[in-house]
Every structure is written in C-alpha cells, then in structure tokens.
Design a protein around this ligand. Structure first.
Ligand code: FAD
Ligand code: DLZ
Ligand code: SF4
Length: 505
C-alpha cells in the first residue's frame, strides 16, 4: 500500500529524514501550497513568492530523481486550504496506509499534524546539529542557559575551528576584534540577483496585494544550486570583512557584508554544517581572517542551534510571554507609517522592499524601539514573523520574545538589549540625516531613543535595579539632577502620547 511522505515549504532538502525513511518506488511525496500557511500571519509577498517558487522547483527535482509527487498549487480547485486537509484528501485519493513526516518548525503545525485521522509517523528534523535531547541534556540543571557554553560544545561536536581539543587560535570567541563602527565605503556588491518565476509572481500579486511588502523586483535564489552560488559569492567577497562590520548600519548600503543566506538555510536549500565547513576552508586557505570566520560559524552552530533548542524546550506558550507587562499596540511606523526617526524609517523601508534587515537593524533599531516604548511582545513577534523572509517561529520567536523584548524574563538575554541614540550614532550614519538630534537629551529635537531609554529604566527599576550588569545605568540615572530626570520622563510621556495619537513622530 502507498504511504504519503509530507514535505513542507521549509523542508526542501533531499536528505530530509522523511525522504530518507521513504521508498521512492512505492511511496508518494505530498507537497501543497495552501492558504492556511500563506495567511496565519500576513506574510511579506516576497516571503510567500520565495516559498512557492522554491517548493515548485524542489518538486521538479524530486520527480527528476524518480519520486512520485502529488503537488497542489494554490489555485487548484480541489485545494482544501490546509496541510492536514491536503494529506487527508491525498490519503483518500491514493488509498494510502498513512503518512510519514519530519517535525515541523512551529508548534501550530505540530499540533495540527498530531491530530490527523491517519496513521502518522513523525521523525526528528535531521538538518540541525543538536537534537532536542542533546539540547535538553545540556540545559538540564543549569541556572543560566548562556549561548556561549552551548556553542563551545557545538564546536567540540562538529570539530569546526578546533586545534585538537583546543579552539583554533587559543580563544573560543573573537568578538573583541569585531563590531567596528560603520565603514566609509563598502567594497562588496551585495547578494546575487536571480531570475524569478513570473507565474508565481503573478499569483502572489493577485492574491496578496494588500500585504505589507514589495514583491518586485524579486531576486532571491530559489533552489539549492543558486543558494550555493550566493554562498560562494559571499565567502569570496563578503566573509573577509563580515566580522569587522557585522553591527554597522549605513544609509546607502542595505546589506553591507552580510551573507543573506538565512532564507536558504531555513528553507533547507543550504545545509548549516556544509556552510560552516566552507567558511572554515576559506580561513584555512588564508582567504578570510579568524575573527570573521569564527564570528560567522558562531551565528550558525551557536545562535541558530541555541534558539531552536530554547523554542522547543519552552513549549507553545513561549510566544505569549510578557514578563515586562508591556501592552502598547504596535505603532503604524512598523507598517510604513510616517516617522521622523531616520533609523526606524530606513529599517522599515528596507524591510518592506527586501523582506530582509540585518541583525542589528532588527535588534537595536526596530526591536530596541518596540522594547523601550513598551509594545505588546506578541504583536512584535507577529510583525517579525510576517515581514522577514527567513522567519519561522522556531527561529523568530526566541530572537524576538527572548533576545529582543526580554518577554521571557531573561532565559536568553542576561539583560535587556536597550540603548539610547548613542549606540545607533556610533554604529551608523543614520543620525546625520535625521530630523532629531542625537546629541540632544531633552528638548523639541531630542532623539526619542534618548528619552525612552531612561523612561524604560525608570519604569522597570524594581525589576532591574538588582541586575549587576545594569547597576551602572541606574547609577548614572540616579546621579542626574532631579529636575532633569523629571523633564526626561515628562518629555518621554508626551512623545509616547503623540505616538499613540498616530502622529508621525
Ligand atoms: P548573517 O548576519 O550574515 O549571519 C549568518 C547566519 O547566521 C544567518 O544566515 C543565520 O542563519 C545565522 N544567525 C545569525 N544570528 C542568528 C540568530 N540570532 N538566530 C538564529 N540564526 C542566526 N533569523 C532568522 O533566520 N529568522 C528570523 O526570523 C529571525 N528573526 C530575528 C528577530 C530579531 C529581533 C533578531 C534580533 C534577530 C533575528 N534573526 C532571525 C537573526 C538574524 O537577524 C538573522 O539570522 C540574520 O539577520 C540573517 O541575515 P544573514 O543571512 O545576512 O545573516
Ligand atoms: C511560509 C510558508 C508559506 C507562505 N506557504 C507554504 C505552503 O503553501 N505550503 C507549505 O508546505 N509551507 C508553506 N510555508 C512554510 C510553512 O509555513 C512552514 O513549513 C511551517 O511554518 C513550519 O515551519
Ligand atoms: Fe535614530 Fe535618534 Fe539617530 Fe534619529 S537621532 S537616526 S532617531 S538614533
């Protein structure tokens, strides 16, 4: 009897556990473009187009490899609209004995597949370096789950950048040499631009025109060969300076030295271990310095694996956590509403155009702004999940709920990632062309980050005053003249009132 093998839109890897388990001579691969997946948040049109183009090409590749594939397109009249519905429909159509699938990356879909009225077999996702059991064993009994220690175990496990049992160069982490302020010039051209499937663009344009985000020009890679081309292009041109300027932001350069491979890694078009080995080979060949290569490998075998471990360990309610009791509605600036803040305007416009912003834009501009102004973290989470083409809950939620919004009460971050305008000024050229003045701490032109930073610390004093990493901040605040403190708080409140009133502040 035929057995169904489900392949989801972010499981486009020939070595996927469900495919490994299956027999191409008897089993039937099921792939389905469905409205449930396209609408559970209002995804950026580029994200939907990327997913559909990559799914169609992957189905084509599977057929060429000898698989039988039952593929449902979004506008097929029989389309039931959900992954479960499509599995049930295909099971009846082919009189299937059951379904085998690889664990999805979101609790929502794990629950839906768990409820299927079919004999089902769920396999672990074999595209990660640490299994759930390994992560849980690492986490068990630890007071603090600091990424750095987990990362060292991943270095030992993979052998990446190891010199026997010691880290290459004698140190585990070379961040001290990274994170320089914005350079005057960027000598890397940015990501390769690939040809799009016009049928998919037309479909997405017709069905999702109201979603936030620009569909054209569409330039993403949509198969494994193209994704590898992008990786090779970046290793040669971007990796050598990746570490130095990892945290920099420039008006005129959206991508700087970033790899732009998260879409491809998360959809399964690139394999994380292979990516890291290629970066390591560049270091061993003398083509990229250790600080850049170590920093890059840490993001992938460290942060990426670590946030996945947290997502699955913390369970489905993680996305509703709100440790700081924040309840402001997400301001319109996040959906392209008017703003006088150049940094916010730039980060949001880039997000609208590219479905991409780099880490520091996500963390220290949009994330910092949402946290300082007290936006409801669930709304922040849903925004990030919708607007970035690399966003699936397993990776997005820990970064947003945990790292960026401190809504998990410090599981991921030992202190909130907050800063005044100073940090943005140091790392970018945004402030020079802003209507606000980063030097002004109060007054009509004061940078809102300067006001909101103290407002945040003041309103959360009880929670953070005992945090040893924040003592200095409170000492500076407490040393400030009382009238000045009063002015800062009043101006911050007035600014937030204008934000709530819908003014383009
Ligand atoms: P590079 O800067 O070139 O880094 C290389 C790779 O390292 C990335 O491709 C990515 O796979 C990995 N990586 C780096 N940092 C992280 C991290 N913190 N967590 C997981 N992987 C990481 N990343 C996503 O893949 N999906 C998300 O939905 C997502 N949401 C984020 C939300 C917030 C608030 C923050 C602060 C970060 C988020 N990140 C997310 C992490 C990071 O911003 C992106 O992985 C990165 O910007 C992708 O661009 P790149 O490929 O050019 O990465
Ligand atoms: C993101 C996405 C979109 C937009 N569309 C589909 C789809 O039509 N079919 C599909 O199988 N997957 C899609 N995906 C990816 C899924 O949402 C993803 O597999 C789950 O969220 C689990 O990570
Ligand atoms: Fe952003 Fe403030 Fe700088 Fe303007 S002055 S770009 S609001 S940090």
């Amino acid at each position: 009897m035929v057995r169904l093998v489900l392949v989801l839109g972010d499981q486009l890897s020939p070595g996927l556990s469900a495919l490994r388990k299956a027999d191409k001579t008897t089993d039937l691969v099921v792939m389905a473009e469905v409205m449930d997946e396209a609408t559970y948040v209002p995804h950026h049109p580029k994200k939907i187009a990327f997913c559909l183009m990559a799914m169609r090409k992957f189905a084509h590749r599977l057929r060429a490899d000898g698989w039988q594939v039952a593929y449902t397109q979004l506008d097929d009249p029989e389309n039931t609209g959900s992954i479960s519905g499509e599995l049930i429909r295909r099971a009846a159509e082919f009189d299937a004995a059951g379904v085998v699938y690889t664990e999805p990356g979101e609790w929502r879909l794990i629950a839906a597949l768990g409820d299927l009225p079919l004999r089902s077999h769920c396999l672990p996702d074999n595209r990660f370096i640490a299994s759930h059991a390994e992560f849980d064993a690492w986490a068990a009994g630890r007071k603090q789950l600091r990424m750095e220690y987990f990362y060292r175990d991943m270095r030992r496990k993979t052998g990446l950048l190891m010199d026997g049992d010691q880290p290459e160069g004698g140190k585990w982490n070379y961040d001290h040499d990274n994170r320089k302020p914005a350079p005057d010039q960027v000598d890397f051209a940015g990501p390769l631009q690939f040809e799009a499937d016009e049928d998919v663009l037309d479909l997405v344009e017709a069905r999702f025109a109201q979603n936030f985000g620009t569909l054209r020009p569409f330039w993403f890679a949509t198969d494994a060969d193209q994704a590898q081309e992008q990786l090779t292009h970046w290793i040669e041109g971007g990796l050598p300076k990746f570490g130095d300027f990892q945290d920099a932001m420039l008006n005129a350069h959206r991508f700087l030295y970033h790899a732009l491979i998260s879409f491809y890694l998360n959809a399964g078009l690139l394999d994380p271990l292979s990516v890291c080995k290629q970066a390591e080979a560049a270091y061993r060949a003398g083509a990229a310095p250790l600080n850049a290569v170590e920093g890059f490998i840490r993001q992938i075998i460290g942060w990426r694996e670590y946030v996945r471990g947290i997502y699955f360990r913390e369970g489905p309610d993680y996305v509703t956590r709100n440790a700081l009791g924040h309840n402001r509605a997400l301001p319109p600036v996040f959906w392209g509403g008017k703003t006088k803040m150049n940094c916010m305007g730039k980060a949001v416009r880039q997000t609208r155009d590219e479905a991409y912003a780099h880490h520091i834009q996500r963390l220290m501009v949009t994330g910092n702004f949402a946290l300082l102004s007290g936006v409801d973290p669930t709304e922040v989470h849903e925004w990030y999940l919708a607007v970035y083409a690399d966003a699936y809950e397993w990776v997005e939620a820990p970064n947003v709920i945990g790292m960026s919004q401190f809504a998990d009460d410090g599981i991921i971050a030992s202190k909130p990632y907050i800063s005044s305008g100073n940090y943005i000024h140091k790392m970018s050229d945004y402030c020079g062309s802003c209507a606000y003045r980063v030097q002004d701490k109060t007054g009509p032109d004061a940078c809102p980050f300067n006001l909101l930073y103290w407002h945040f610390l003041d309103r959360h004093r009880d929670r953070f005053k005992g945090n040893p990493r924040m003592g200095n901040m409170y000492r500076v605040w407490d040393r400030m003249d009382e009238t000045r403190r009063d002015t800062v708080l009043k101006e911050a409140d007035a600014w937030l009132d204008r934000l709530d009133a819908g003014e383009g502040v």
